[in-house]
Design a protein around this ligand. Sequence first.
Ligand code: HEM
Ligand code: HEM
Length: 194
Amino acid sequence: MTQGGVVMGYGTVARLLHWIMALLILAMIPAGLTMVQEDLPRPVQDALFIFHKNTGSLLLVLVIVRIIWRAFHPAPPLPDHMPVAMRVAARTTHYGLYLAVLTMAVSGYSRVRLGGFPIEYLDAMGVPPLLSKSEPAADVAKAIHATVKYALISLIALHVAAASYHGLVRRDGVFGRMWPPVAPRQAAGSGSQR
Ligand code: HEM
Ligand code: HEM
């Protein structure tokens, strides 16, 4: 839907959460894939693990905050000219992304805590582990983490391709619903800013 010819966009909180999380996730995936390689020098592997576990725990908090925020601030309506199939594809991909990020963050956290391993920054802040050690449960969480990564990577590839198509080929204002990371003032006056 448009108001006065302006495509309605997301508000600043949704935009900031989106872009901060996108940057962190795009760093987490290569870090995760690299740190499990066997021939890696130990100091590099340790640094990657520390980065991955601690940034991942931050992402766990951010994805929960984002889902709660989203529950109270529905997405602004899509432009009228967008075909139904495209709307359905966008909505399905977005829900899939939320689910995949949440599953990755929960399974990663669980895998580490159930395995009895530290999460350095949380431990330094005195945050309790929340889960007690259990090797069989840790193995289940590990398998979930290793499997769901394929779904997350595929969804991100699809999502970035769709965003580029809207931004570069169709130029239909959909990319500007999320970019820039702070909602422009002009749109704030004329469109939904959720
Ligand atoms: C959105 C958040 C996350 C993403 C996208 C992510 C991504 C990944 C990826 C792609 C791998 C490589 C897996 C493989 O090739 O088998 C991995 C491994 C791993 N991740 Fe994450 N991760 C996330 C959150 C977390 C969190 C919160 C923790 C712990 C606090 C964590 C701990 C680990 C560990 C320990 C491994 C090594 C494999 C294992 O022993 O299970 N991850 N992660
Ligand atoms: C890498 C991790 C990323 C994740 C997990 C992610 C996730 C999401 C989610 C869940 C939404 C829906 C927001 C909502 O309705 O609540 C969204 C919207 C959007 N994302 Fe991403 N995103 C990522 C990266 C990117 C990148 C790299 C781009 C640009 C190239 C991008 C462009 C957009 C745009 C333009 C929208 C708004 C779509 C619309 O108006 O319907 N995203 N993203």
